[in-house]
Design a binder for this molecule. Structure first.
Ligand SMILES: NC(=O)c1ccc[n+]([C@@H]2O[C@H](COP(=O)([O-])OP(=O)(O)OC[C@H]3O[C@@H](n4cnc5c(N)ncnc54)[C@H](O)[C@@H]3O)[C@@H](O)[C@H]2O)c1
Length: 257
């Protein structure tokens, strides 16, 4: 008997899906048959990923909004209608439209004004999007919420305290929501990612890369496909008894319970 992930008939909203890991997730959910609403803060990115999916024969449309703006999230979700699967992927190191951790410092040297950006995107963004879709999921008796966090939420990470705090907050939020809505056929889980290579680029510094990957049992950085596969599984009917978990997707970087 062949086992396949079939998301046909499901409608998925992936936040921050205009590039990187979110793009990989959106493309995989679409390949599994879901109709995908591709969100991004940057409208052209959302539209371009939706166009890629459509060009590949899938169903998708761009749905740009800022996850940190509750009115915008609520208006977009209300206009879009049914969402069966929410992937809270939008996140960053505090600067809304950029990628990277360039500004990170030891906590004792940080300016408190820098913390809000981390909390707003990585925690409030998850709260707003989840709050917007949940009532419809409860009404229909089905839902899947998958939230992308970081292994730093489980293990802590130097120079990433505010980011880790926001991601860790998201795990507590999702566990609590899982308890509230499980009886309505809704699961809510987090994926705790290790160091990723969202653009599948070659290492810039070979020596530093060799040092980094030695800390991983699987000696490479994570790829969008590593996250997309488990997201599709969690979104499927096969995963209906898995909820409230923070699942490491980290190449074996950390293995503790
Ligand atoms: N890259 C890594 O090494 C790594 C490691 C662990 C966890 N993560 C997490 O994985 C997720 C995706 O990371 P990535 O590396 O693909 O990020 P990325 O920065 O490459 O892409 C994130 C996308 O989200 C969008 N975005 C940012 N703020 C937004 C907002 N307020 N509203 C809507 N969209 C917004 C950006 O425009 C961008 O297109 C994030 O939650 C990140 O924290 C990444």
């Amino acid at each position: 008997m062949a086992v396949e992930i079939d998301l046909s008939g499901r409608r998925a909203l992936v936040t921050g899906a205009g590039q990187g890991i979110g793009r990989g997730i959106a493309r995989t959910l679409a390949a599994a048959g879901a109709e995908v609403l591709v969100n991004d803060l940057v409208g052209e990115r959302a539209e371009s990923v939706a166009a890629e999916i459509v060009a590949d024969g899938g169903r998708a449309s761009g749905l740009p909004f800022d996850v940190t703006d509750w009115s915008a999230v609520q208006a977009a979700v209300d206009a879009a209608g049914m969402v069966d699967v929410l992937v809270n992927n939008a996140g960053n190191a505090g600067k809304a439209s950029t990628h990277g951790f360039e500004d990170m410092k030891p906590f004792a040297e940080e300016d408190p004004s820098a913390w809000e950006g981390f909390i707003r995107v990585n925690l409030f963004g998850v709260m707003y999007a989840t709050r917007a879709v949940l009532p419809g999921m409860v009404e229909r008796g089905f839902g899947r919420v998958v939230t992308v966090v970081s292994d730093s939420a489980r293990t802590g990470e130097a120079q990433m305290a505010a980011y880790a705090a926001a991601k860790s907050g998201a795990t507590g939020l999702i566990r609590s929501i899982a308890r509230e809505v499980g009886r309505h056929g809704i699961t809510a889980n987090c994926l705790a990612l290790g160091t990723m290579n969202p653009f599948e680029a070659s290492p810039e510094d070979e020596e530093q890369y060799a040092w980094l990957v030695k800390r991983y049992a699987i000696r490479r950085r994570g790829l969008p496909a590593d996250v997309a596969g488990i997201t599709a599984f969690l979104a499927s009917d096969m995963a209906e008894w898995i909820t409230g978990q923070t699942i490491p997707v980290n190449g074996g970087y950390s293995m503790a319970l």
